[in-house]
Unconditional design. Structure first.
Length: 112
């Protein structure tokens, strides 16, 4: 057993691996990659969250543009009346509204 240990100590890779600087550097690298508050794993999670937030931002910017177009369109009185009739089923006095539903738009237990 002691003979094997002496043979092992003579090998070049053993002296490199058991060098104090290499051991400390290895421990430091492992600590920084996995355990530190600024580890690479946390950075990866944060990058994923940033991508999701950027997608949400793009979606919301598009929605704002649609809403601005709708708002501009609704500044016209006839368009506002049309919007109120179509979306909120509002009506004028002495007027009746009939809702026509097509067979394929009616929800049944088969197509839910």
């Amino acid at each position: 057993m002691a003979l094997r240990l002496k043979e092992l100590r003579k090998k070049k890779w053993f002296s490199i691996v058991t060098n104090l600087y290499v051991i400390i550097l290895t421990i430091f690298a492992i600590w920084m990659i996995f355990f530190d508050t600024n580890s690479l794993l946390i950075h990866a999670e944060l990058k994923k969250e940033i991508k999701n937030l950027e997608k949400t931002k793009d979606f919301l910017i598009n929605e704002i543009e649609k809403d601005k177009k709708t708002r501009d369109k609704l500044s016209d009185k006839s368009e506002l009346e049309k919007f109120a009739r179509e979306q909120y089923y509002l009506k004028k006095k002495n007027e009746e509204i009939y809702l026509i539903e097509y067979q394929d738009s009616i929800k049944t237990s088969k197509n839910e």
